[in-house]
Design a protein around this ligand. Structure first.
Ligand SMILES: [Zn+2]
Length: 277
C-alpha cells in the first residue's frame, strides 16, 4: 500500500466499532519482529477485525516484520505459498481451511511495515492530518494476505493472469467490462498483448453473485490504470469509484494522511467470500 497525496483525501471514520460485538470466527497467531508496543496493539486491533470477518477452523499464522521499505511504501503483505486447490491456485489460509488442517509450518501470511516512515498514527482515534493510520494499513495488508489479490502481470508487453498454469478464484471472476457478459480475462490467451491491453484498460471488474448482492447489483470496478503498476494494478478496488470516505475504500491501492478506514467493507468481504471464504 502506498502513501497517497494528502490533497485528495479526507479524514473519516467509518463505523469503527461495528465489529466490536461480534464473536471471532477465526483465530490469528501473529509473530512480531521489531514492533513497538503501540504498533503491536494497533496490529492486534486489525487482526480482531479479520477474526470476526472470516471463518475457519485452522488458525491463521502471520509473521509481521518492522523493516525499511521503499519510498512511499507503507506496508506489503501476501501469502507464503500458492496451493493447487482442485485446479485453482489458492493461498495458504484458504488451502488450510479447505483441508481442515495446517498444511505447512511456514507463516500463512508474511507482512512487512515501514520502519523508515516517520508519520505513523498508532492511536485508537482517527488519524490526524499529516499522520497515516497504522491500523488501517494493517487491515488493508491482511486483506491481501487472506486472498484479496489476483495473478495479473505484464512482462515484455504480454499479459497473464496465471502462475504455474493456474488461475486463482479471483482471476476467474475478472471481466473486461462491467456486464455479466463482458469477456473473462482468464479466457484470453495467456502471455498475450490482448490480455496486457485488458489489464491496463481502466475497465476491469470483479463479477460474482455475492459482489453484485453487496454492490447494488453491480460488479466491482478494479484498479487498472493505463500504465501497469505491479503490486497495485488489478489487485485493488478502483480509487475513483471507491474514494476516501466510501465504506469500500479499504482495498484501494493508496491511503491518504488523515484517512482512517478500519473495516473491509461489504464489497471486499463479498470478493473474499467469492474466492473460498
Ligand atoms: Zn494493497
Amino acid at each position: 500500500m502506498y502513501a497517497g497525496p494528502a490533497s485528495t483525501r479526507q479524514t473519516v471514520v467509518l463505523d469503527p466499532t461495528a465489529d466490536s460485538k461480534a464473536a471471532p470466527t477465526a483465530k490469528f497467531v501473529v509473530t512480531y519482529v521489531g514492533f513497538s508496543t503501540a504498533a503491536k496493539a494497533a496490529f492486534q486491533r486489525a487482526v480482531n477485525t479479520w477474526a470476526q470477518t472470516l471463518t475457519t477452523n485452522v488458525p491463521i499464522t502471520v509473521k509481521a516484520t518492522w523493516e525499511p521499505l521503499g519510498t512511499g511504501i507503507l506496508g506489503s503483505a501476501g501469502p507464503s505459498y500458492g496451493w493447487n486447490c482442485s485446479g485453482l491456485m489458492c493461498i495458504d489460509a484458504i488451502a488450510n481451511k479447505k483441508a481442515g488442517k495446517n498444511l505447512d509450518p511456514s507463516p500463512d501470511i508474511v507482512a512487512r511495515f515501514s520502519s523508515n516512515f516517520s508519520n505513523w498514527w498508532f492511536g485508537t482515534g482517527p488519524a490526524p492530518k499529516g499522520k497515516y493510520d497504522f491500523q488501517s494499513v494493517v487491515t488493508h495488508e491482511l486483506g491481501h494476505g487472506v486472498g484479496f489479490l489476483g495473478l495479473g502481470s505484464i512482462t515484455g508487453g504480454l499479459g497473464s493472469v496465471q502462475l504455474s498454469g493456474l488461475n486463482t478464484a479471483y482471476d476467474r471472476a475478472t471481466r473486461l467490462g462491467p456486464t455479466s457478459t463482458s469477456a473473462l480475462l482468464w479466457k484470453m490467451p495467456n502471455n498475450s498483448t490482448t490480455l496486457a491491453k485488458a489489464l491496463t484498460s481502466n475497465n476491469v471488474y470483479f463479477d460474482s453473485a455475492k459482489v453484485r448482492a453487496a454492490n447494488g447489483a453491480k460488479s466491482a470496478k478494479l484498479y487498472a490504470p493505463s500504465i501497469w503498476r505491479q503490486g497495485s494494478s488489478y489487485s485493488h478496488l478502483d480509487e475513483a469509484i471507491f474514494p476516501a470516505g466510501n465504506k469500500n475504500s479499504l482495498m484501494t491501492y493508496a491511503i491518504g494522511d488523515g484517512e482512517t478506514i478500519r473495516t473491509p467493507g461489504p464489497v471486499a468481504v463479498a470478493i473474499l467470500k467469492s474466492i473460498g471464504w
